[in-house]
Design a protein around this ligand. Sequence first.
Ligand code: UDP
Length: 234
Amino acid sequence: MKFKRILLKLSGEALMGKKKYGIDPQRLEQYAQEIRKVKDIGLEIAIVIGGGNIFRGESAEAIGIDRVQGDYMGMLATVINGMALQSALEKAGMFTRLMSGIKVEQVCEQFIRRRAVRHLEKGRIVIFGAGIGNPYFTTDTTASLRAIEIEAEVVLKGTRVDGLYTADPEKHPDAKRFTQISFQEVFKNGYEVMDMTAFTLCQENNLPIIIFDMNKPGNLMKIVQGDEVGTLVH
Ligand code: UDP
């Protein structure tokens, strides 16, 4: 096993599956099974979940809601996703804790670093909801920050594409995928890996990121075992 403790970042959109909004139960179950496999070999797993399938702060102003209010709505959306993911993981036989960046006492614990680490040591999967709890941040930044705090060895960013390309592979069929690339190269070429805040946090703390296709069965397991899957940014 290459890693002992990972932070998996899943976007809210990924949970939509083929739907246009909300949560696709099949996708949720598929993710639970993938996570189960790596849990069974002893990996410690923390997950940051996004909220884009329900609400994004940036879209608030278009409907007459101010940005900060919208961001809190986005954070609550990630709590809803976290609850759905928690249920799916527990249904698949895992023990979990949902920890929130804002107080939502009836449904999840508040994020307390030492407690999160203890959960992981006890074999529980920790899901971080509500981002870092502040407006103007993203769940990618949450993934970087929490990974550093809990001393995860890597951020695994599960996406729809299987890594970082020289150009958008959906528009440029001749685009090439990197198997690995340095933080500096990414920055110099303006490639989009994560937003700058999230990216800089990883760079400054020497926290590698692996971008990979979470929808391809077995990919997560391959990464954990050290196979070259997706793109490693380091
Ligand atoms: N958000 C926030 N602070 C955070 C994390 C998230 O304000 O620390 C809000 C923000 O409005 C964002 C929304 O929650 O648009 C959903 O998160 P994100 O867009 O990162 O989700 P994803 O794109 O991964 O689905």
